[in-house]
Design a protein around this ligand. Sequence first.
Ligand SMILES: Cc1cc2nc3c(=O)[nH]c(=O)nc-3n(C[C@H](O)[C@H](O)[C@H](O)COP(=O)(O)OP(=O)(O)OC[C@H]3O[C@@H](n4cnc5c(N)ncnc54)[C@H](O)[C@@H]3O)c2cc1C
Length: 457
Amino acid sequence: MPSDTLPSRAELWRRLRPCMLGEPKPNTLPGGRSEALRRLHAYDPSAYGRTRNYLDAPVSRLSPYLRHGMISAVEVREHLRTKFPHDSARCEEFLRQLAWRDFFEKVLAWYGRSIDDDLEEPKHGVARSSRLPLDVLHGQTGLPCIDGMLAELFETGYLHNHARLWFAAYLCHFRGVRWQQGAKLFRQFLYDGDIASNSSSWQWVESTFAAKPYFMNRTNIATFSNGRWCDTCRVRCPFDADYPTLQQRLFGGATAPLANPTSAIPLLPPSPDGSPALTSPVPATAELPTSDCGTLDSAPSVQPASDLVWVHDAALSWEDPALKANPTATVVFVIDEPRLRAEPWAAHRWAFVLDGLDDLFQHLPNEHRHLWIGDPVECLSELARRSGAGTIHVSEHPNPWVVETCEILRRTFRVVVHPRPTLAEYTDEPRRFSRYWERVAPQILGYRPKPKSRWHS
Ligand SMILES: Cc1cc2nc3c(=O)[nH]c(=O)nc-3n(C[C@H](O)[C@H](O)[C@H](O)COP(=O)(O)OP(=O)(O)OC[C@H]3O[C@@H](n4cnc5c(N)ncnc54)[C@H](O)[C@@H]3O)c2cc1C
């Protein structure tokens, strides 16, 4: 996309290289608020409740835009309620799913960085490995369905929710890998890769944030994928059994902690070349050099300013509260180089975010906007010093690096955190979605839904 407000894409790709996996490619998902609004207005959730569990269902694919704050969940809800004022049931299931995002953000706000540790004891006694097997990393497990999902993840940056559940169950329960390894892979490759929904969902599958582990069988995959892989599959299928048999095979029949957790280590299928499972190639943080703080602006002159607005990667909208409240302030986006060197994003994610940034910068009312690369605290402090700003504005977000950056900046500057509208007020500890939903559904839907016998999450 041509840009008159950012450096050329070629220059950005060059600077982003240490923070990037793979090569930039054409036809990536277009990012930006303008595109998000276009997609939202074109979306019809009428069939969602009936079809959403099928891979070819007309799901919204709005999550990348929601993840990066290009639109908000509140805007999505308001749009749907205005579009279907007399037919609220049409949107009910869609809004209930949207509420999962809000619930998981509340989980992150509550637990902070601990969301990357087991939130509860697993409800099984099976040991896990911290190594991501190479055949998984290469998308060559030999199982057409799993390799198909991995190819889709690596190539398109998107997986349907059911495919995410299947893959997570495969990695945790059938391969015995710790959920954190899978969550990291998703964060790097999914356009919507985040902490809140991602870590919580992996924990839900693993049973460290649920009453029992989630797993599937072949019939489930064949049904909801419309036979996409199973119809022609000839391999010995590890999922081809009924649920009690699989439960016995995977957990020794137990879904409560066993006395000796190491006694039931599952046999990992060997990788295609017979080699043992190896570690992920993503290098450890400690070995990485940190970067200097630097500007990527094409015209890097810094204007005197009393206030700065720090736009983070979950706030890429000109409707963002911090920007709306400060239309004349200097605006800065910082590419968090130390964090992204430690956990690089796939090139398609970068293309999406840069589109979003481009769109944002073009819609800002004032000219004083900057793109910097480096440690956010250092960059923001340096820019504030150069412009003489004493106040830094930012919109609220539970992501730990946003929270922690604000805490450090507060030692030197006045930091104003602007609250974001949320789908629902819920102040209890968020443990189970069912309890949360029971309480917040009237706030989100505008009425109390009829009780359902069984919710499929
Ligand atoms: C193992 C695993 C990892 C996941 N990782 C992420 C992640 O990194 N980022 C992310 O945004 N979502 C994640 N999800 C949740 C969910 O799969 C995606 O939000 C959804 O598939 C996105 O596609 P969509 O926008 O077409 O969703 P739709 O089906 O159209 O749903 C509309 C919106 O509702 C929300 N939503 C729907 N289902 C869920 C759900 N189960 N959990 C949370 N929010 C939901 C999303 O914001 C979504 O955009 C994960 C799920 C699993 C099982």
